[in-house]
Design a protein around this ligand. Sequence first.
Ligand code: ATP
Length: 132
Amino acid sequence: TERTLVLIKPDAVRRGLIGEILSRYERKGLTAVSAELRTATAEVLDQHYAEHVEKGFYPELREFMMTGPLLALVLEGDSAIPVVRALNGATDGRKAEPGTIRGDWSLSNQANLVHGSDSAESAVREIAIWFG
Ligand code: ATP
């Protein structure tokens, strides 16, 4: 069993999709072990997106991530990290497969509804950033 950090991003919260998205993870068999609805600060986002801070798209991404509350979640289960990423789908909602969260509900590369840790190391790092 392992733990992963999920963000249900501000676009999903605004669109009233928290329940639909969380239920996909839960029906798959993952369990929520921590959850907090909060508005991110620039400082937390710069830590979370450390690998992207120098990229051209980052300033706009950071603004977007502060446009409203997001739900930070820790999910636990067998292979939770790859399973969440499979449920999320490809980064760009226009390219994500139907049946995935992004494939069903996003048409954007930025407003793509969710984040999931991409490795065990990222999960440990990101859980510490959001939940201390
Ligand atoms: P996440 O890490 O959020 O689960 P990911 O691993 O599929 O998604 P990354 O390449 O790590 O995607 O990018 C992190 C986030 O940055 C994406 O979820 C998206 O919101 C944003 N992003 C990535 N590439 C672009 C881009 N070219 N233009 C705008 N936003 C982007």
